[in-house]
Ligand binder design. Structure first.
Ligand code: FA5
Length: 342
């Protein structure tokens, strides 16, 4: 019986050396030391021996049992430590899902518009969002204390000039970049200026305090309204399809003369009248006109020699129309349920 115990010990130690995973280790433990294990079976057979043999064999069996239990425990700890070691990878764990982001719908349409105008030879320019009162208003023919300022209520910044007047504003439109571009590049000039604008107004489904516009400017000799209409028609067809029509109706803006409101035929009902166009068949998209001589002068361009057209449209509005979005506030909400649809 003693030989049997020593043989079991030798076999178990050998197998222990080969075992490299915790599950096989557990099986080995059950096979040798478990309730129905081989060593337990041997110990059960002790009852048939004499008292002296019982003591002798029992002592050896117990020693072997304790030794094997200790070795198994040691092997178990070693495996556990190895699996937690730095850099160790548990290949049995489920994979981590990598979420893939995408660009914002406003950026997507802005990129599309930039590509379109670049193909017509327009530069894409940038301007500051924190703008001087001069560029945002005065250079655009909107003097201080003039009622035309009421059209765009702004956020004034707590900073005053030498005469004690507030001289910095969050820009209310992208039109100030017109004058900056004229001063920097002179005439002739073709550029668009997309960017963020700010207005101090109560928000609703169509109005935000922070929104995007795209400004357009073309200055050259003999520019007239038909050039403006041609460019706006090309853009509208690019965005809404080849059937789209454009109409211009008079509207006052201090920085253009004449000024117009640009409308495109409704791409949902094709002029028949629907909920989107409020049964008019037309969608109001652009403000535009021929650049006012005072604005050319502010841009250091001679109005006797050069003329130009300018337009500006609300980019959020354009995107809302394109995708049928009903509330402008969704753009800045950061709500993934909204953003993941694009
Ligand atoms: C202007 O801002 C002029 N600078 C546009 C212009 C440029 C006219 C060049 C002539 C020549 P207006 O205030 O209408 O115009 O704004 C233009 C567009 O910006 C609007 O049609 C609208 O789509 C968008 N917009 C204006 N205010 C808001 C607002 N609070 N929230 C969202 N979009 C707005």
């Amino acid at each position: 019986m003693k030989d049997e115990i020593l043989k079991l010990k030798a076999e178990t130690l050998k197998e222990l050396e080969r075992t490299k995973d915790p599950e096989a280790l557990r099986d080995l433990e059950i096979k040798v030391l478990g309730r129905k294990g081989r060593l337990t079976e041997i110990l059960r057979g002790l009852s048939g021996l004499s008292e002296e043999e019982k003591r002798d064999v029992g002592k050896l069996a117990n020693e072997v049992k304790l030794e094997l239990a200790a070795k198994l425990k040691e092997a178990k700890n070693h495996l556990l430590k190895f699996s937690r070691a730095e850099g160790a990878v548990d290949v049995t764990l489920p994979g981590e899902k990598l979420l893939r982001g995408h660009i914002h719908p406003i950026t997507k349409v802005q990129n599309e518009i930039e590509d379109f105008f670049s193909s017509l030879g327009f530069m894409v320019l940038d301007g500051p969002e924190l703008e001087s009162d001069f560029f945002n208003f005065e250079a655009l023919n909107i003097p201080r204390h003039h009622p035309a300022r009421d059209m765009q209520d702004t956020f004034y910044i707590d900073h005053k000039n030498g005469e004690g007047e507030y001289d910095l504003v969050m820009r209310t439109h992208t039109s100030p970049v017109q004058v900056r571009a004229m001063r920097k590049y002179g005439a002739p000039l073709r550029s668009i200026m997309p960017g963020k604008c700010f207005r101090s107004e109560a928000t609703d489904v169509r109005h935000e305090h922070t929104f995007y516009q795209v400004e357009g400017l073309m200055i050259d000799q003999n520019i007239n309204l038909s050039h403006l209409k041609g460019i706006l028609e090309a853009l509208a067809r690019h965005l809404y399809g080849p059937e789209t029509k454009v109409r211009l109706r008079p509207k006052f803006y201090p920085f253009v003369e004449p000024g117009v409101n640009g409308e495109v035929s409704c791409f949902v009902c094709h002029g028949q009248g629907c909920r989107l166009c409020k049964s008019t068949g037309w969608l109001e998209i652009f403000g535009a006109g021929l650049v006012h001589p005072n604005v050319l002068r502010a841009g250091r361009i001679d109005p006797e020699k050069y003329q130009g057209f300018a337009f500006g449209f609300g980019l959020n509005r354009l995107v809302m129309l394109k995708y049928g979005i009903e509330d402008i506030r969704l753009f800045n909400s950061g709500d993934l349920r909204f953003l993941e649809q694009f």
